[in-house]
Write a protein that binds this ligand. Structure first.
Ligand code: ADP
Length: 264
């Protein structure tokens, strides 16, 4: 909409009833997107109106994980988001040809996020989840500017080295005066398929460490909202666009994710 004034972000207006969660992680590959899509699907299955903004500009994977194959359409001057499993989704990948990489810089990312929040027709959402890129980059700062009331959900693995990076990503909340809603520990052990024992592939304690560290730096209580085990069904669900919380809600990972969704 060249030349026209920027539309306001509805979720940032006083009186907005939409809860906005920005899902953050220190580094990639810890399951941030998997957690985002499963929480979204679980909340939609519970009857909430849910939207997801795939703001992981360089690693956008939300549409595949949710099985969204529709494209956004334009009605008047609004973008209509496609949806799957009752979740409305907008992703940078929907606006780039084929599998082309995104080579944008800060200002363009900010503009894209602004449009995703203000120019997409979301309707009355109960919850909006933002899948952030890993780390403490431009997008996290843009989110803080565009939706200051967004609460941060930090995803980490149990690994101590991963926890340190995740804590750094979460501590940006101090500078931006945002609330951290809690920490999710993912890949918390692999239940042995042959016996009842848990194999701690990535060690233990990362979630607790991040929660304690962030409680200290923010001065507010940051809880561990839950731990999700390593589960082949979760990975398969992501590859097939069928979130495990829907296909196998009582599997260990599915149940853990549904419990976390219930706390948000
Ligand atoms: P991120 O968004 O942090 O980069 P992803 O959600 O893309 O991470 O997850 C990285 C990979 O690990 C994906 O292939 C995903 O299916 C897999 N994965 C994530 N969490 C689990 C889990 N708890 N059990 C099994 N596989 C998982």
């Amino acid at each position: 909409r060249g030349g026209t004034a920027e539309r306001e972000v509805p979720f940032a207006q006083p009186g907005s009833l939409t809860r906005v969660y920005a899902v953050a992680s220190g580094k990639g590959g810890v399951g941030k997107s998997s957690v985002t899509v499963n929480l979204a699907a679980a909340m939609a299955a519970d009857g909430l109106k849910v939207g997801v903004v795939d703001a992981d500009i360089y690693g956008h994977s939300v549409p595949r994980m949710l099985g969204v194959d529709g494209r956004p359409t334009q009605v008047e001057n609004m973008i209509m988001p496609p949806s799957a499993h009752g979740v409305k989704v907008i992703s940078i990948g929907m606006f780039t040809p084929g599998n082309a990489p995104v080579v944008w810089r800060g200002p363009m990312l900010h503009r894209a996020l602004q449009q995703f929040l203000a120019d997409v027709y979301w309707g009355d959402l109960d919850v909006l989840l933002l899948d952030l890129p890993p780390g403490t980059g431009d997008i996290a700062i843009s989110v803080a500017q565009l939706v200051p009331n967004a609460e941060i959900l930090v995803v980490t693995t149990p690994q101590q080295a991963a926890a340190e990076v995740a804590e750094r990503a979460g501590s940006i909340a101090v500078q931006t005066h945002q609330k951290i809603v809690g920490v999710v520990e993912n890949m918390s052990g692999l239940p042995c398929p042959h016996c009842d024992e848990m194999v701690d592939v990535f060690g233990t304690g990362g979630g607790q460490k991040v929660a304690e560290g962030l409680t200290k730096t923010t001065g507010a209580n940051v809880p561990v909202l839950g731990s999700i085990p390593i589960d082949v069904r979760l990975r398969e669900g992501g590859d097939e666009g069928k979130p495990v919380v829907l296909t196998d809600p009582d599997s260990p990972a599915g149940a853990a994710l549904r419990t976390i969704a219930g706390k948000l």
